[in-house]
Ligand binder design. Structure first.
Ligand code: COA
Ligand code: AMP
Length: 633
């Protein structure tokens, strides 16, 4: 057991190979890795290259073999359907192994890909684990994305199969998923062979297509199948995340490094003991869901909670506390936006007092910066430490945190903590010079990144290099800005690119711009992320209509909002569209998005010397003021 954070960190950096060899021994391999760190054909680091294992075995079968088949593996808590259902590890194995057998009978083989487009129901986890069991690489697509987004991902990862459910439930409506999947297949160039549909029988329309297979019938008619050994570097999944263009990036996750890193995270970051109830209130469509709803807690033999609801309105702001009390949650993970939503409905924490939160030990926060006001509210009303921690889809597990299982360091409001042992985080200037304490710059990480982090982008190594590796050779470029203070606490200040963070969801403004610009009446546009009290950021579209267009501005605004909802999905949360005569640009024609963001947020800014015409600043300000948008509300 490590003595303190500094010693532990030192060990991880000075003896990296030994350190990660030791960590890898905490999981069961079918063939132990002899090579700990090597390089791939592109000279990029590879972990445990000759090891063999299976992530589903680690998450399920192993615990039964160890005698814990009767322990609860999954608690499905769904306030939107008023259901609570529990699965022991033995029951989980039976569900997963039969489904895996069914997938084999549909012709899936090790090395194939499958897309999973499902709401927060246990079958989503079964589907992920069943794929892992037979070496099929899964790609889960968040249910809030529209058919166009699903189609982009289908074309990129070319799944043999899509696994879906008949419907999802949002606060006020049932969303029929199957028609969305059919539309996506229609839109995509690549056509999956089959669609496996889990019918929830909630009344949603489930149009039948020739490629459909019924989930229940398949599982009922299938034999359990065993876990196949895969190489440590076998892609467990591809998870798409927003980049700075309209095309999302397919982050490839390995198997061996990831399993090792998750086991490590559960022990040293989350300080969670085997058997504890661990609840990450996120969605399987995001990386948090992959790492800390499904694989992490199950590999660590915890009970994980699959929660189908929201922090508020399902039915009210007491839901989180009810779940903690009812299921004796020990460690919880959520996004600050969820706490802000609760705080808005229950400012004095009246609901919190009604529940017994004695089981809860730590509340982890991530997905976006935890603002000081939210942290203070938590500290005032929730009787456990609130721990911010920073990571990304790319890393797959935390990079900056307070390593609660190593040494509980004092919390500094506004900071995500210190660098996690295994990473070497630096702050760089634009020209790659390392900056000193309290100087803000780019957050970069010295290569090699530790196990479990991204291996590559799916079928796009050039973009991988261009996006992450070329800017600062020898370092991974995170896309975030930040600084370290005198005591090495790191403060993340936000994205330095066109990615925005809306209610903990990572979205691309460039992608939204492409959609807005595709409207026939739009001459040009800019989409920027502006501050929002609840969601952290929300997108704002500034639109210049084509001259001579007959369309009324309110009609165009309505159509633009609908277009973005229909193309990207409701999750984009684009509600604010303002019409402007022109956009601020430099003399060379570059749109000054950052300046517009500062105007909307009411922040001070320097007028760029290259601006084409300064009068535009007043124009933009007036439009936002009239529309009561941003700081002009
Ligand atoms: N399927 C279909 N639609 C979805 C969806 C899904 N899985 N998830 C979200 N949507 C829709 C919502 O219904 C909403 O539609 P609307 O505009 O018609 O109301 C829209 O997408 C925006 O959703 P959301 O951002 O969730 O906003 P909200 O107002 O419904 O809820 C919060 C606000 C803050 C309560 C909610 O965003 C939340 O709980 N955030 C936490 C996020 C989180 O855990 N992130 C993971 C990172 S750790
Ligand atoms: P995602 O890949 O969806 O997990 O989003 C990752 C991005 O969310 C990061 O690059 C950050 O910009 C932001 N983010 C996540 N966690 C934090 C945090 N604790 N503090 C600040 N920003 C965060």
């Amino acid at each position: 057991m490590p003595m303190n954070y500094l010693e532990f960190y030192k060990k991880s950096s000075e003896f990296a190979a030994d350190f990660w060899k030791e960590q890898s021994q905490k999981i069961d391999w079918f063939k132990n890795p002899e090579t700990i760190l090597s390089k791939d054909a592109n000279d990029y680091p590879l972990w445990y290259a000759d090891g063999e294992l299976n992530a589903c075995y680690l998450a399920v079968d192993k615990h039964i073999e160890d005698g814990f088949g009767d322990q609860i593996a999954i608690i499905y808590d769904s306030p939107v359907t008023q259901t609570v259902k529990k699965y022991t590890y033995s029951e989980l194995k039976s569900e997963v192994a039969k489904l895996a057998g069914g997938l084999l009978s549909l012709g899936l083989e090790k090395g194939d890909t499958a897309v999973i487009y499902m709401p927060m129901i246990p079958q989503a986890a079964f589907a992920m684990l069943a794929c892992a069991r037979i070496g099929v690489t899964h790609s889960v697509v968040f249910g809030g994305f529209a058919p166009h987004e699903l189609a982009i991902r289908i074309d990129d990862c070319e799944p043999k199969l899509i696994i879906t459910a008949s419907s999802g439930i949002e606060i006020d409506r049932v969303i029929a998923y199957k028609p969305l999947v059919d539309d996506a297949i229609e839109l995509a160039n690549f056509k999956p062979e089959k669609v496996l549909v889990f019918n929830r029988k909630l009344g949603a329309r489930v149009p039948f297509k020739k490629y459909d297979v019924d989930y229940d019938a398949l599982v009922y008619g299938s034999e359990e199948t065993d876990c196949v050994p895969v190489n440590a570097t076998h892609p467990l999944y591809v998870l798409y995340t927003s980049g700075t263009t309209g095309k999302p990036k397919g982050i490839i996750r390995d198997t061996g490094g990831y399993a090792t890193a998750l086991k490590y995270s559960m022990q040293y970051i989350y300080d969670v003991k085997k058997g504890d109830v661990f609840w990450a209130a996120s969605d399987v469509g995001w990386v948090v869901g992959h790492s800390f709803i499904v694989y992490g807690p199950l590999i660590n033999r915890n009970t994980t909670v699959i929660f189908e609801g929201k922090p508020i309105r399902t039915p009210d702001a007491s839901t989180f506390w009810r779940v903690i009390e009812e299921h004796k949650v020990s460690i919880m993970f959520t996004a600050p936006t969820a706490i802000r939503a609760i705080k808005k409905e229950d400012p004095n924490g009246a609901f919190i007092k009604k529940y017994n939160l004695a089981s809860l030990r730590i509340l982890f926060l991530a997905g976006e910066r935890c603002d000081v006001a939210t942290l203070e509210w938590i500290n005032q009303h929730i009787p456990v430490p609130a721990i911010d921690h920073w990571w990304q889809t790319e890393s797959g597990w935390p990079m900056i945190a307070n390593m609660m299982g190593v040494e509980r360091l004092p919390v500094k409001p506004g900071s995500s903590g210190k660098v996690v042992a295994g990473y070497d985080v630096r702050i760089f200037s634009e020209n790659g010079k390392e900056l000193g304490p309290n100087e803000e710059g780019y957050v970069v990480i010295k290569l090699p990144l530790p196990p479990g982090t991204l291996m590559d982008l799916w079928k796009d190594n050039e973009r991988f290099k261009a996006g992450y590796l070329n800017k600062f050779p020898g370092y991974y470029f995170s896309g975030d800005g930040g600084y370290k203070d005198d005591e090495d606490y790191i403060f993340i200040t936000g994205r330095v690119d066109d990615v925005i963070n809306v209610a903990g969801h990572r979205l691309s403004t460039a992608e939204m711009e492409e959609v807005v610009a595709s409207h026939s009446s739009v001459a040009e546009c800019a989409v920027i992320g502006i501050n929002d009290d609840l969601k952290g950021q929300i997108p704002l579209a500034l639109v210049v209509a084509k001259s001579g267009e007959e369309i009324e501005s309110f009609q165009l605004q309505f159509e633009v909002v609908k277009l973005v909802r229909d193309t990207i999905g409701a999750v984009a949360s684009l509600r604010d569209v303002v019409m402007v005569e022109r956009l601020p640009k430099t003399r060379s024609g570059k749109i000054l998005r950052k300046m517009m963001r500062s105007i909307a947020d009411g922040e001070e800014f320097q007028v760029p010397s290259t601006i084409d015409d300064e009068a535009i600043i007043g124009e933009i300000r007036m439009v936002l003021e009239t529309a009561k948008i941003g700081s002009f509300k």
